[in-house]
Design a protein. Structure first.
Length: 399
């Protein structure tokens, strides 16, 4: 890997909305995740399966290094397919790094600032509009994050900006998150609608320029910021890295045991692989949960092969289907749809409980009229009320 860090892309929407900071585990060094592994900073260029070697172009123009392997695991990830729409590469922002998330936040807030000072109505609406292309898991998360960011900025700056602030989400298919059941798609669209997101389905985006986007129906959306989250496919490196059968999205077709070829020592998983879903049919969705489970299965299978056993097929079925939508969450568990706090608690109980405690303490602090009194190991915050109350912050917990 050329960077040496793992980026938790599902949290980039929260970073753009300002709900988390860069220190919230969004970027984790590989040395922390896998302390016993040796990291080679570079880009894998080609694989010689007959010689069992990988040619790596080292970072910083340090030349090419050849690595020998007994087993090879290809997990180079995925990217967005935007080459089919004119102007997408030049004018649309993709969300793949923390820098992209911060840039989206900057553009959204700058657009609202320009809308607040402008006089032309059409120009104000263009500055205040963020258009998102692609209604998959990434697209709906970005739409929810931008809507939350706009709402917070409007409350803090000028309630009158609500007339010009817009988030428009366009999806080519008939419904959002089309890989999920119908009731999940309906719940996601309803949740986004309550947040103020305008959803357009069944109408393809045919062009993007500096002033917005054009759709196949002829409709025009004037937007200062366009975000592209459509057409997920394997990273371009997969095309030249290894000779293997590929699916429509450029992903490597693997066996149920996650091998590129049955009985071979080359494995693949994540966004770079087309993994058969043995429990539900079709392919496994390209989500972090399935990628993590597949990675664990590959590790166990390699150990089985080294011990002289046959590898086992990959079977995974999550207990609940989760669609994170910034402050809101949609979860489907045991055939029931949950939204809001119950859904968030089910999907990530420790984070939600901690966030609720933090928000309660912030509310108490905003309501207080007395200063914080620093002590050696605690700080007492007193509020003016009929009965004197206090909250003590101690090391190791809250009392």
């Amino acid at each position: 890997d050329p960077n040496g860090v793992l980026v938790r892309t599902p949290a980039l929407g929260d970073l753009a909305a300002g709900r988390v900071g860069l220190g919230a585990g969004i970027c984790t060094p590989l040395s922390v995740l896998a302390p016993r592994a040796r990291h080679v900073p570079g880009q894998a260029a080609r694989v010689d399966t007959s010689a069992r070697t990988v040619a790596v172009e080292l970072a910083g123009d340090a030349g090419v290094r050849e690595l020998a392997y007994d087993h090879l695991v290809v997990t180079v990830g995925g990217t967005w397919e935007d080459r089919r729409v004119p102007g997408a590469t030049a004018h649309a922002l993709s969300l793949g790094t923390p820098g992209d998330a911060l840039e989206l936040r900057r553009r959204t807030l700058t657009g609202l600032a320009l809308a607040a000072t402008g006089t032309d109505v059409e120009q104000r609406r263009r500055h205040g509009t963020v258009a998102i292309v692609g209604g998959g898991l990434a697209g709906v998360a970005v739409a929810a994050a931008v809507a939350e960011l706009q709402a917070a900025a409007i409350r803090a700056r000028d309630p009158g900006l609500a007339d010009v602030a817009r988030v428009v989400l366009a999806e080519l298919k008939p419904r959002l998150v089309s890989g999920s059941p119908r009731d999940v798609s309906d719940a996601v669209e309803s949740t986004l609608g309550r947040a103020g997101v305008e959803v357009v389905t069944g109408d393809a985006v045919t062009g993007i320029d500096t002033a917005g986007q054009t759709r196949r129906s002829g409709a025009r959306v004037d937007a200062a910021t366009v975000v592209w989250t459509a057409g997920e496919r394997a990273a371009p490196a997969v095309e030249t890295l290894i000779d293997a059968d590929r699916s429509a999205g450029g992903r490597i077709v693997v066996t149920p045991q996650l091998q590129v070829t049955a009985g071979d020592c080359v494995w693949a998983a994540g966004d770079a692989a087309s993994v058969p879903h043995l429990l539900a049919g079709g392919d496994c969705p390209a989500t972090a949960e399935f990628a993590t489970a597949a990675g664990k299965r590959i590790a166990r299978n390699i150990l089985r092969v080294l011990d002289g056993n046959f590898p086992m097929a990959f079977r995974h079925q999550p207990a609940a289907e989760v669609v994170p939508l910034s402050a809101a969450t949609v979860t489907r568990a045991r055939g029931r749809i949950l939204t809001g706090i119950p859904a968030a608690v089910l999907s990530n109980p420790p984070a939600v409980v901690g966030r609720r405690i933090t928000n309660s303490l912030r509310s108490l602090r905003r309501a207080s009229v007395a200063p914080v009194i620093p002590l050696e190991r605690s700080a007492v915050h007193e509020t003016e009320s009929a009965t004197r109350s206090a909250v003590t912050f101690r090391r190791g917990g809250v009392g």
